[in-house]
Design a protein around this ligand. Structure first.
Ligand SMILES: [Zn+2]
Length: 90
């Protein structure tokens, strides 16, 4: 790239994704799809009918499944991603 071209382009900072977002990018596609579906399931649970932290599709459940598979993400990070409060903006 020549100097004139380089000077014409301002640097663009990619939005920083949270650990869950980066994981979704990094996993093989079939696993990423399954993870996204799981996130959607957690999102789909009505908090008013939620029976507890250990029953049904919860961020705790998702965090534990990931941990069992050797993927360590904090429950806080999972909760924020599920709630769309993370830096992914999704
Ligand atoms: Zn995120």
């Amino acid at each position: 790239m020549g100097l004139a071209e380089r000077l014409a382009v301002a640097p663009v900072v990619k939005p920083q994704m949270c650990a869950v977002g980066r994981l979704l990018e990094r996993l093989p596609e079939s696993e990423a799809v399954a993870l996204q579906e799981a996130i959607d399931k957690v999102r789909g649970v009505d908090p008013t009918v939620r029976k507890g932290r250990s029953e049904g599709y919860t961020a705790v459940w998702l965090t534990n499944v990931l941990k069992d598979e050797g993927i360590v993400v904090s429950r806080h990070t999972v909760t924020r991603h599920v709630a769309r409060e993370c830096s992914c903006g999704s």
